[in-house]
Design a protein around this ligand. Structure first.
Ligand SMILES: [Zn+2]
Ligand SMILES: [Zn+2]
Length: 184
């Protein structure tokens, strides 16, 4: 079972507060049940303060005790199994439901070194493409902001420039000239 990255305690709606220790012990009880020796005694474990944790688990009805041959035995209950399943899911914002992209609801949100994206990589790229397309469409019929009479220059690759061909060329010439002067 992979380690769930949560510390101290958690509280899920409809469940009591569960400490990490309670969770680990409960999980251990469940492993014992699966391995078909569901009844364990306190002597079976070497976890510090195990007794306190046991009391807490018993108080919540996660485990029940029954007198064994020599010692009291404990076993996980149905309530305990349900709680274990609920708490086995990663906490919110740590790989849980909220880590999923809200747009496609299937892929994980993009991970950056210090933060997490709003969407997944695919959705972000798609939205950027859509935005650029929309912007291009809006600009398609636009006129040059410099001379305010000729349409924007479309390059051979289909890209729209910020100015008409004439204005673009004259600005380019001016820039080259300035560059030359700078180097002289
Ligand atoms: Zn997505
Ligand atoms: Zn122009």
């Amino acid at each position: 079972m992979s380690e769930v990255p949560w510390k101290s305690c958690r509280r899920l709606t409809g469940y009591p507060t569960v400490t990490w220790r309670m969770f680990v012990v409960l999980r251990w009880f469940e492993e014992c049940r699966v391995k078909e020796f569901p009844f364990v005694t306190v002597a079976d474990v070497s976890i510090p303060y195990f007794g306190t944790t046991l009391k807490a688990l018993e108080r919540h009805g996660f485990i029940f005790s029954s007198p064994g041959r020599d010692e009291v035995c404990f076993s996980i209950t149905g309530v305990g199994q349900r709680a274990l399943r609920a708490y086995s899911k990663p906490p919110r914002g740590m790989g849980g439901r909220e880590a999923l992209c809200p747009r496609c609801k299937s892929r994980a949100k993009e991970q950056f070194p210090h933060s997490r994206g709003v969407w997944c990589t695919e959705c972000r790229r798609e939205s950027v493409r859509k935005y650029q397309k929309m912007k291009a469409a809006r600009r398609a019929g636009a006129i040059c902001p410099c001379c305010r009479e000729r349409p924007l220059h479309r390059t051979s690759s289909g890209r729209l420039r910020g100015y008409c061909r004439e204005c673009h060329n004259s600005k380019e010439r001016a820039r080259q000239q300035e560059k030359r002067q700078h180097h002289e």
